[in-house]
Design a protein around this ligand. Structure first.
Ligand SMILES: Nc1ncnc2c1ncn2[C@@H]1O[C@H](COP(=O)(O)OP(=O)(O)O)[C@@H](O)[C@H]1O
Ligand SMILES: [Mg+2]
Length: 406
């Protein structure tokens, strides 16, 4: 699968853009602040309806206009083309419209699985050193790519938690009418049910990531220090889950995504009961504070080097190696579980990698379409062409929101 054409309207510093791109390697070069990253970002947003730089759609709209549009014409593996279109309008009220071949797609989960991308960007460092939300986003993104309906679980639980928080806040200020206890019971029951599914997904992908990231990290760092990941969620639930998997001898089935329906139902019921009892035991505290104090919305991944939390105890160099190992693990998971080869987006990182790392990334992905940004074309052109062959790369000079193909 590869992108043939990119069409932009009022996206970041692009008033309008119509660009044909090549099926192999596309290199965008130019000075700083010209719009190179904006191109990479537009592809990512056009395919996944999320930016790697901002959570606010408003930031993506060109200053002074009131909406953006991204159209991607995609050549699919089956030999046919499809057009994805992601449009966002801020006025008169925020509205997103997603389309495939002109027909509106209402559920985001039906859209984000169509075109898979994996992005490497300077922001990846936040996975290691940033707030827990950066690690949740990393994990969520991977799960969504493998099973797009996961995004519906996140949307639903997000709404429930918001409603529960509103109830807690009202109760705190004495504004509530009716039986608060049974209203909260209702939210908690639904939240616990969804939490169980989310925990099962996050635990599984955190374990998968841990093994793969450790392997990549060993090769990056020469095997000196050991990288590991632990999924950190509502207290006690991970041990309940692990206990179930080992008692039933189904750890491998679970990790392969092949747990029987009966077993899945059983562990889901056990987990949701465990979550519910945790939510109940924090109710008094939550009512006092007016906010949900525990929940999967607080989940984290503990990234450790030699057993020490990297967020608190690591050098920049260690953080960079770990971030790269995590992203390579993401790429490996997508390649293992998603049938079409993902499109690789490399923002600025290419020139930061050493040449053996560059070679291994590119040669592992010779079947993929790759987009690269850099400031100096000469810095990578010769080496790249040595890896992929001459005439395989397309060059584009980016300057002040215009893109000139060479
Ligand atoms: N919403 C926006 N509207 C207009 N211009 C924007 C918007 N967001 C960013 N820019 C501009 O885009 C430029 C940065 O583009 P970027 O692609 O990040 O640069 P680079 O080429 O260094 O990767 C800056 O000049 C910035 O002011
Ligand atoms: Mg940039």
């Amino acid at each position: 699968m590869y992108i043939r054409k990119i069409h932009l309207e009022n996206f970041r510093n692009y008033t309008g853009l119509d660009l044909d791109v090549g099926p192999s390697v596309n290199i965008f070069y130019g000075n700083n602040a010209q719009g190179k990253t904006n191109i990479i970002e537009s592809i990512y947003v056009g395919a996944s309806v999320a930016s790697h730089r901002t959570a606010k759609d408003q930031d993506l709209i060109r200053f002074g206009s009131d909406g953006y549009k991204i159209d991607l014409l995609i050549a699919c593996d089956g030999g046919y083309d499809t057009e994805l279109s992601a449009q966002y309008k801020a006025n008169p009220k925020p509205k997103r419209v997603l389309r495939q071949d002109g027909a509106e797609i209402r559920r985001i989960s039906d859209y984000i699985g169509i075109c898979n991308t994996v992005i490497f960007a300077p922001e990846d460092l936040n996975i290691v050193k940033g707030a827990p939300s950066a690690r949740r986003k990393f994990l969520n993104t991977i799960i969504m790519k493998v099973s797009p309906t996961y995004v519906n679980l996140l949307g639903e639980i997000g709404r429930l938690i918001e409603q529960k928080n509103a109830t807690l806040k009202d109760a705190r200020f004495g504004h509530s009418n009716g039986d608060i206890g049974s209203t909260l019971d209702f939210w908690d029951f639904s939240i616990a049910d969804l939490s169980a599914d989310i925990i099962l997904n996050r635990y599984r992908f955190a374990r998968l990531l841990s093994g793969m990231a450790a392997k990549h990290h060993a090769s990056i760092s020469g095997g000196k220090e050991e990288l590991s990941l632990d999924y950190d969620t509502i207290g006690g639930t991970v041990s309940v889950l692990e206990g179930f998997l080992s008692e039933n001898g189904v750890y491998d089935d679970f990790m392969a995504g092949k747990l029987s329906q009966g077993k899945y139902g059983a562990i889901k019921a056990i987990l949701s009961e465990a979550v519910l009892s945790k939510l109940r035991s924090s109710r008094e505290y939550d009512l006092d504070k007016g906010i949900s104090s525990i929940g999967i919305n607080k989940d984290d991944l503990n990234i450790k080097l030699e057993g020490l939390q990297m967020r608190n105890f690591s050098s920049q160099g260690q953080q960079r190696s770990a971030a790269l190992a995590l992203k390579l693990a993401e790429l490996e998971i997508i390649r293992r579980f998603v049938s079409s080869t993902p499109i690789l987006l490399l923002d600025d990182v290419f020139s930061e990698l050493d040449s053996s790392r560059r070679a291994s990334l590119v040669t592992a992905m010779t079947d993929a379409q790759i987009f690269i940004t850099c400031t100096e074309k000469e810095m990578i052109a010769g080496e790249l062409e040595g890896l992929i062959g001459t005439n395989q790369a397309n060059y584009y000079k980016v300057s002040a929101g215009t893109v000139i193909p060479e």
